[in-house]
Every structure is written in structure tokens, then in C-alpha cells.
Design a protein around this ligand. Sequence first.
Ligand code: AMP
Ligand code: ZN
Length: 471
Amino acid sequence: MLQVYNTLVKKKEDFKPIKDKSVSFYQCGPTVYFIQHIGNMRAMVLADLIKRSLEYAGYKVKMARNYTDVGHLTSDDDEGEDKITLAARKEKLSPQEIADKYIKLFEADVKELNCQEPKYKPRATGYIKEMKNMAQILLDKGFAYATDLAIYFDISKAKDYTKLSGQDLSKNMAEAGKGEITDSQKKNPADFALWFFKAGAHQKAVQTWTAKFKLPDGQVIKKEGFPGWHLECSAMNRSLFGPTIDLHMGGIEHIPVHHTNEIAQSEAVSGVKFVSYWLHNEHLTVDGEKMSKSSGTAYSLSDLKNKGYDPLVLRYLFLQAHYRSKQNFTWEALEASKVALNNLQNVIARSMATKQSHGKINTKFKDKFIGAISDDFNVPQALALVWEVVKSDLSDGDKLSTILDFDKVLGLGLDKIKIEKIPQEVKQLAGQRLEARNNKNWAESDQLREKIAGLGYSVEDEKDGYKLKKK
Ligand code: AMP
Ligand code: ZN
């Protein structure tokens, strides 16, 4: 039975999707205003590993990873300016051109990291109608109120507002009151905006939509405005999957604000549980510090490629830490991953070149592999099993079949390794030569090497075999 650590109950639980073998899975995706760093990429690879693990375990996964292309302010609370608008001004492009540009770069990066495409890739600006609709339902049900600047969610009305974070709300409210942009008409400092009006600090907002709302006192207002970031994810979830979804994932920083607010508004609208299992990934640090643009450590995948690293080396590095553990990036660790991946690729290439027939997936190792991923997606343990298979006494064919099966989850693209077609005659001579060497028959071994050379191949001896290369 698959066990999943659920942030909502702070323990591992048996995984039981709503619809038997079909799983709805939403991941909070990137705000597309800049080149994503390798920390963001870790979050994407971790979600991909979870999706692949579920599929390996026999589930059909409907995954959504959104693009935030409006409404994410420079602070996760309701403070600051829209990140996309700021980038648009700086780069002299329209907000949607900014989003298009960074979505394209992001998609190229995740593809190179061998992440599978999610079924849905919704853009927030494609769901404005659903967002307005949810804000209206919340006004009608008495969970929301309007000021001159925004429509707010009244957190005192939510049932158990802090159930995800377990935070002390008085502290949270004191923090929320400290920002520079305060709205004196707000009931609670920690109430959050569902919809901002083009007014006050957002007078100059560029991406706005006309919206008509009926207020609780019967008054109808029609104004320009834009959605709050939290409402966006609630609306996209509701549109794509309905009121309740199986899995929702995001970075740990989303627990106290973004996800807390998603739960409050989604459950207030539907009256039912929003998410069955909340998954949160820990962050990537660089040299033990938070990644930051100012310290030059917000490396992108291109930075790594420019130093000669294959993106799959970064994926291999990510496989070595559990999604709920912090991982520290260093160039030394990346180099070690490069060596390890290279060794693994060599093992595969050699098995592909020498195996006589297709092997079988070893059930003993497969059971252990399923055990690892069923324990809250323990990918590092699953990777360790790959090396156990390599070192085992299984035949080359069985090793190959077993590792390629595991790679459906790990995603290292091992099935795509290209091997040269070596003629059967050369392979036979190399096999005879290995036997001669094993029998310490050096003269015969040398003769066979020359024969192989005569056919245009060189043979290099290795610890437990040999490698054939075209000269
Ligand atoms: P953002 O573009 O800031 O909205 O972030 C997109 C995703 O990347 C979110 O799920 C974040 O939690 C995640 N993320 C941001 N920084 C890091 C980091 N250093 N390590 C891992 N994930 C991160
Ligand atoms: Zn979200």
C-alpha cells in the first residue's frame, strides 16, 4: 500500500484516491517573469518523480501544473507590484509577451530534465471568468467583503483557517499588519485579497479585466481589476478537477499563506474538503545558503550547460535527496553526479552491447523498488537499488531489463543510450578473448586482439569485462 506524508495531518497515510485508480494531481507552477533557477527546477523534477511513481504503481495520473501570469505580487502577502508587470516594464514587452517568453524557456528546461508533460498546463489569465465567479460566490455566502481597493476574504469566517500550517494566527495577523500598503477598510490585517481593483497602489495596473460584483448590501459595482494569486490556483483546480482533488503539491513556503488561503476560499465555496493529500517539497540551497540573484547563486540550467554539464546530471543529483529534505547544491556534488551517471550509462551501454537475448525483470529487486517508492516516494532509496542491481550476480540481460524498468520512474533516459552496432563476429572474438584472459592464456588473448583489430575494432579491458570500440 502506497503511503504518503500529508502536511494536513503531519504524518504518513495510506493513499486512497477518490476514484479508485485515477489520481488528480495539481502542482503550483512557476510565476513566469524571469528565468527559473535550479531550485525551481528541483521542485519540477520532484513532482515529475511523484507522477512517474504513481504511474509505476498502476495509477492513471491527471496532472496540472499552472502558469501564474498575473496577480503574483512581489510579496506572497498582498503587498507590492505584480511581478509580470514589473518585468514587462523593465524589458519593454507586454505582460503576455513576458509570460510567453518565460514559459518557452521554462518548457525547454523541464524537457531537457526529462520531466513528462503534465496533462494540463493552465495559464491563470485563461480562467478569469471562473475567478470572478468564485469571488461572487464568496460575497454571496458572506465569506467576502469589498473595500475601495479590493475584495477580501474574511479569515474569521473560515472553518479552522490555520489547519494546514498550525500557525499562531495572532502572530500571523501582527506580521500581516506590518506591510507598507495597508487598507484601512480591511476588517482583519490578515484578510487576503481575492480580487484587486485598479485603485490605490494598483492604480497603474496594466493587466486588468472589467468585473461586476453584487455586494452583500445589494449594491452592484463594475470596476477594472485583477485576481489575487491564491484565488487563481483555487479557480484552476475547480475548473479542471472539481471541488476535491487527490494531491496538491508546492514548495514548503506555500504552507502558511498561499495554500492556507487556497483551502479557505475553495472550501468556503464548495462546502467540502478541497484536497485529500497535501505534499510539500523542501528547497534547494547553494553552498548551504538560500539561492539568491544578488549573491549570484540563482543558477539556471543554462549556467550548468555552459559549464559542460548535461541536464540529466542535474536530474541525477536531484534523485539523491528525498522531496521532504533540503538539498544542498555544490559544484563538487554536481561533478560527482556526472561521474555516477556516466558510470551507469556505461553499464547500460555494455549490457546492451553484450547481452545475447532479452533478460527478465528481477522480481526480488522490483519488490524492493516498489517498497521504496511506496514509502512516501523514497527515490534516493530507489536509486541505491539500481546500484545494488549493477553489483549483483544477475545476468547482463536481467540487469538491463531490471534497470530500464526502474528508469521509468527515475527518468534518466537510459533506454535512449545509443550503442554502436558491433558485428557478431567481433563480439564472438571478444568473448573468446575474455575467456582466454580468464584462463591466463595471454598468447591467445593477444592473437585474438589482433584479429579484432584487423576487423576495425579495438578492445579495452575493464575490471569485470571489456569495451569494444570502432577504430
Ligand atoms: P515561483 O516561480 O517563485 O512561484 O516558484 C515556483 C515553484 O518553485 C514553487 O513551487 C516554489 O516553491 C519552488 N521553489 C522556489 N524556490 C525554490 C528552491 N530554492 N528550491 C526548491 N523549490 C523552489
Ligand atoms: Zn498555487
